[in-house]
Design a protein around this ligand. Sequence first.
Ligand code: NIG
Ligand code: FE
Length: 408
Amino acid sequence: MDWDQVWIELNIATMDPARPQAYGAIYDAAMAIKDGQIVWLGPRSELPAFDVMATPVYRGNGNWLTPGLIDAHTHLIFGGNRANEFELRLQGASYEDIANAGGGILATVNATRRATEAELFDSGRKRLNALAKEGITTVEIKSGYGLDMDTELKMLRVARELGRLHHVDVVTTFLGAHALPPEFEGRADDYINWIIEQVLPAITAENLADAVDVFCEKIAFTLPQTESILRAAKAVGLDIKLHAEQLSHMGSAELAAKLEASSVDHIEYLDEPGVQALAHSGTCATLLPGAFYFLRETQLPPIDLLRQYQVPMVLASDFNPGSSPLCSTLLMLNMGCTLFRLTPEEALAGVTRNAAKALAISDRVGIIKEGMQADFCLWDIVSPAELAYSFGQQPLVHVVKAGRLIHQ
Ligand code: NIG
Ligand code: FE
């Protein structure tokens, strides 16, 4: 066999649902890589003969290998921070109070408009490095702190540039409809039309976005406004997704399902008809326990219903300066289990297989399987549940991205 590298002495949590064991596990496994792809995997006892003199062999010391982790929902490019609002909330103000008083997302919009492209790149790179240190190999990054032409494009260019220069792959999402900018005060419909007629074409002309997202909420945009942006996005071939049912029940999940969105995110107030609609359309449910925790929400997303209807559950950091200043995807594995009662296996699927599905990249990544890109992590753990069980011990040993060893 003419391979580039072989891995032995490890267990593999393939996360492949076609395999019968929990985590799609293969014990005492071996895996071969060629041209950045997984070309063979199975029990070591079945490993075909290969040229041991010419092929680097990596030994896993009995550790666990998983797919590279994917954080499918972040807002990691932004200027400033909102520690002052954290203090206000500790004194009793609510997230909505602060937003209605002109703070919240608009506070970050002001800071992001002032920041140069170089400054945004620099702070974004530091945050991306923090995620990469935990084994993240793909991340989604949203715009939405510009809300004007220049700054929305600036954010998306920075995100694309990070993807070009960093080993972590970046999927970009245009979130122009995140909040109503002051320039359009009292004219939300005009703002939506402007996004559709001016901003979206500028973004597609430069190929700056892979998807379009809308914050559909009482403090943000209505169902009809959401629908018109998402339809315009679909018409130009972009993926669509939604910040849905976060602070109140709007029926936005049904809308997303009707439009065949790839995911609905937050969904604390999702109800059973909404879950059924998602199951029917194959839309993923993205759970964001960081925002739930940081805003001290009490309404839990309907996990049992999502399970019952077999809606793919994604777990993401929602890393942003207002509702989830938590730059850690591993922490979300722990919170997904402690706060939302996911099983550790569901949590891991939420940052691998299902996260890939939500980003429409599951043909390449998210599962350890022949023909997939060789994106994987080796962890110094005895069982995969430890990834969700404990936090802060940095169990990551190696990261391989498209067959290239990144972290030792
Ligand atoms: O996903 N819900 C809307 N957007 C972000 C929060 C953004 C902010 O507060 O800056 C979220 O929670
Ligand atoms: Fe978000």
